[in-house]
Design a protein around this ligand. Structure first.
Ligand code: UDP
Ligand code: MN
Length: 269
């Protein structure tokens, strides 16, 4: 059996909370793949305990050894000023620089293939067939309209760990004046210009729920990704219109009353 893993990243207690819902959701799909949680030193040990207790494998992963100039360019206030988020808001606990640590999954060379999933997502049906997809496969960044089909979203992707690829990435990432406005996402799209497109259902962005409701079909949706505001943020600006999705996340997080996905109502119906 080739070794395969689902991998996520957490750098603080908030994203560890997200990872708990993700890990629980993956286990309910019946997958045999390893569930790896890469974590940086900023994550409190207590936040990792429930993940390990469920059987996930915590793997220490430090932030990348990028230069001070690179770190300053991608520092939160600077990035928000130079590349403002106009469509939604990022929680205070989101540190853009931390996103780049995702690239550490290329160092997990004990695995032949990995599927990376953001810690702010839940998997609602088995997606093991993604391990048969090539590097680099990702779904489009669609949540508003057709114009976004040519961009990928880096919340779910298929990759093949390799030290050589990791080294090549580090070299390309931190060039003088390099500014990756959407961090790892912009970088990965640039590094893999011939990326393979996955169906949108493998990375259904929560804003589809209200912006493109006719695209939402629970019979096909496999991963729900809570981009922008997080479902565990109290009373965020979109909480009202996203309530059914927020309730779903809380069910996975608590492990209680997880609904049968096929019985859920679509937003356009
Ligand atoms: N992340 C993290 N800490 C941070 C920022 C990001 O652990 O401060 C990880 C986490 O896995 C998160 C992913 O990187 O899900 C990408 O960030 P996020 O999901 O908040 O971005 P969005 O999907 O809203 O663009
Ligand atoms: Mn995300």
């Amino acid at each position: 059996m080739p070794k395969q893993a689902y991998v996520t990243l957490v750098t603080n207690a908030d994203y560890a909370m997200g990872a708990l819902a993700l890990v629980r959701s993956l286990q309910l799909t019946g997958t045999d793949a390893d569930l790896v949680v890469m974590h940086t030193g900023g994550t409190p040990a207590e936040a990792l305990e429930p993940l390990a207790a469920l059987g996930a494998l915590p793997v220490p992963a430090e932030l990348l050894p990028t230069s001070d100039a690179f770190n300053e360019r991608h520092q939160r206030a600077r990035l928000h000023a130079n590349a403002p988020f106009t469509k939604g808001s990022k929680p205070a606990f989101h540190t853009p620089l931390d996103n780049f640590a995702k690239l550490r999954l290329w160092q997990l060379t004990e695995y032949e293939r990995v599927v990376f999933i953001d810690a702010d997502a839940v998997v609602v049906r088995n997606i093991d067939r993604l391990f048969g997809y090539p590097e680099f496969s990702a779904a489009p960044n669609v949540y508003e309209g057709l114009a976004d089909f040519h961009r990928l979203n880096s919340g779910v992707f298929v990759a093949q760990p390799s030290q050589a690829t990791f080294a090549a990435m580090l070299e390309r990432l931190d060039r003088p004046d390099a500014f990756w406005r959407r961090t790892d996402q912009t970088f990965l799209q640039d590094f893999f210009p011939d990326w393979h497109g996955l169906p949108v259902f493998f990375n259904m962005l929560q804003y589809v729920w209200f912006n493109l409701p006719e695209l939402w079909d629970w019979k096909s949706v496999s991963v729900v990704h809570y981009q922008y505001e997080k479902p565990w943020e109290r009373d965020h600006p979109r909480a009202g219109e996203l309530k059914p999705l927020i309730d779903l996340w809380h069910a996975y997080h608590s492990g209680e009353n997880i609904p049968d996905i096929d019985t859920l109502a679509n937003p356009a119906s």
